[in-house]
Design a protein around this ligand. Sequence first.
Ligand code: SF4
Length: 387
Amino acid sequence: MKYLDEYRDSVGARKLAAAIARTVTQPWTIMEVCGGQTHTIVKYGIDRILPAEVELVHGPGCPVCVTSLEMIDRAHAIASRPDVIFCSFGDMLRVPGSRGDLLQLKSQGADVRIVYSPLDAVNLAVANPGRQVIFFAIGFETTAPPNAMAVWLARKQRLTNFSVLVSHVLVPPAMTAILQSPGNRVRAFLGPGHVCTVVGCGEYGPIADRFHVPIVVTGFEPLDLLEGVLWVVRQLEEGRAEVENQYARAVRPEGNPASKSLIEDVFEVCDRKWRGIGLIPMSGYKLRPAYYDFDAERRFAVSGIETQESAICISGEILKGLKKPHDCPAFGLTCTPQNPLGATMVSSEGACAAYYAYGRHLERNPSDALVPLESLVPLGSGKEVIR
Ligand code: SF4
């Protein structure tokens, strides 16, 4: 296939769904790891054309959703300082912390700016030598190379007014934590395609072997996801637990050596707290000692952070695949994208936000489709979801 439309072809989608139905003989729960995959699944109603035996649950692969409340409060405290320009990608500005979000802080006069690349923040530091410029460096392995590049460049340019607030997280330790969590239902994964373009597939073999779970590294278009499900179901039915690469047009088994080398130079692995899940050992990146001068946590000591999550929010259970947005009593009622109570409603990649965006909050219960399945799957029609 050559063009994007071909990955959304309705005839191809139904053939894949039919092949899955012919293959499956028993119930399986499969987790898609990435928020982008969740978004496609809900947008195109892919979960609703699968046979009843195949259940998709939504994983922790939305970086905005899993950034800890402590880190958001730390960002809030640093951004409140009068001498700083605090830079972040746009979706982080609306994530609720204990004292509100960064957008509210901006409305109160703080110099909080949206940037589209960490290199924009480096340029801001060059242009504003009298101000401290901080970039909120969040994300999975996918965003680590540009963030590492920003720090590397800042050191090369001997900038003394640039630093990064690092809250990077890593996918493989999170998958391990999910498989070890009490009540785990996940029997296979659709692996994180974009993460693997950077780091390759090598870290997933040990997980597949140790827990006997198939892992199919999968892309983000409807036919990618259906093919990924088909490959996973074949493995499950045949009793295999291997790593396969459905997203071969983008992912090389070894990943991107230049990006890996840059990450290795700037970052080292550390323990990291995940929102809704808790501390996962060796699941994040922090700056190596050679780059400590660019560490905002060291430059701006923040104390007295006490956090409290919403008592009602079940996003942690959603991120572990134990529950779905419909199971939350606040979903679509007191919790909406305009008034999010938890992080999975804030980011467009979050499961709650995806369910809301495509109208599932209007359904009386999860099994009620708003419209016939044909309309929920506009594959190849060139139209957005029809409601
Ligand atoms: S709907 Fe809101 S409160 Fe409920 S789990 Fe999702 S983010 Fe949390």
